[in-house]
Design a protein around this ligand. Structure first.
Ligand SMILES: [Fe+2]
Length: 356
């Protein structure tokens, strides 16, 4: 019987929950920027170009006989990028990105000598459903990343635990601004995907977590009044921006038409700052000078050896990265499964459906 014991996905350290993450002035400038430079696109729209594409992706993930519809995926969740590839895209908030306090916090979290800010983004929404049972953020490895390797392979490499030595060390500081009182917390599984979860509950104002979200299952909970979580007229091209008629109000538009007004009280803003970590000077040098990068050959040799050791018999494909049978085998063997235990106050999406 082949061994398919899932790898436990657990962060380098227990997340640290901190208050007063941004100072007053920083928060003011970020919100002003979000109001002035918007409106902002849906998260989904930044990953897919059409509703059909989304549905096609969903098809494989559903039990047989269930026909996917776009509504199964669509949530009024929007995103903007503030910094990328180590550069801040808006000089007026550069101090938030090149943030000495944040660098200290992530170095402390990893017990590392060096950290370098990598990117910063925000998620923004009003009342919003969550279809996400929990996820881990995409991971990369020295020499193997999205520029040369498909996403499924990066995910499988991460889940296998076989390439941890080459995995990029990263930390994030995730900060929430949400005054609402219905849902809207953050659930996370710091002791592995099958253990009890932990939770940051709303309202949360300027409260954040120092985390390693590539190695910790987590989810944003649904929030806001249930009957407003799916505004009528919501589409892939919908946008979130400032309400020109209300000083602190927001609105969602589709094709220039306002489909929902979002009062400040119901707006949930999440700021996501991410840094790359280097334990010491030797590691910094090794990463930057590429002296110990993985190659595709190494990756497949490692997988093949491990599959054999686990008792799987298979033919070695000539083009493993595109071989459907081999991809399927890897996906099955290294599936870590998803969390099964949820906080009573924030049931998972499947449990919500059962209760409804
Ligand atoms: Fe995430």
């Amino acid at each position: 019987m082949p061994d398919q014991t899932p790898t436990v996905i657990r962060p380098v350290a227990e997340p640290r929950i901190v208050d007063a993450v941004y100072n007053h002035d920083q928060h003011d400038r970020i919100v002003r920027l979000v109001r002035e430079k918007g409106p902002w696109e849906m998260i989904l729209a930044q990953h897919f170009s059409s509703a059909e594409e989304v549905v096609a992706t969903l098809a494989g993930a559903l039990p047989e006989g269930v026909t996917p519809t776009f509504d199964m995926f669509l949530t009024p969740n929007f995103r903007g990028t503030l910094a990328k590839y180590g550069s801040c895209l808006y000089p007026e908030i550069e101090d938030c990105f090149l943030n000495q306090k944040f660098l200290d916090m992530v170095r402390g979290y990893w017990k590392a000598d060096y950290a370098s800010p990598d990117n910063m983004l925000f998620n923004i929404n009003g009342a919003c459903q969550s279809h996400d049972p929990a996820h881990v953020d995409g991971t990369t490895f020295r020499g193997i990343n999205l520029r040369n390797t498909p996403l499924y392979m990066l995910n499988t490499m991460g889940k296998s635990g076989l390439f941890q030595k080459w995995q990029s060390k990263r930390a994030q500081i995730v900060t929430w601004f949400y005054k609402g009182t219905i849902g809207g917390g953050f659930t996370y599984w710091p002791n592995g995907q099958f253990a009890e979860p932990a939770r940051v509950a709303a309202p949360m104002w300027n409260r954040g977590g120092v985390v390693e979200n590539e190695m910790m299952f987590h989810r944003a909970e649904a929030n806001g009044p249930i009957d407003q979580r799916m505004p009528k007229g919501l589409a892939l091209e919908s946008l979130f921006g400032a309400d020109p008629d209300v000083a602190d109000g927001w609105q969602i538009t589709t094709g220039g038409e306002v489909i929902q007004k979002v009062p400040a009280q119901e707006m949930r803003l999440m700021l996501h700052w991410a840094a790359e970590i280097f334990m010491d000077y030797a590691e910094l040098k090794m990463v930057m000078e590429h002296t110990d990068d993985l190659t595709h050959d190494q990756v497949f040799d490692t997988f093949i050896k491990d599959l054999r050791a686990r008792g799987h018999s298979f033919e070695v494909p000539s083009d493993p990265i595109h071989d459907q049978g081999f991809i399927q085998l890897l996906t099955n063997v290294y599936d870590t499964g998803s969390p099964r235990i949820y906080p009573a106050e924030a049931p998972g999406p499947h449990q919500q459906q059962l209760a409804a």
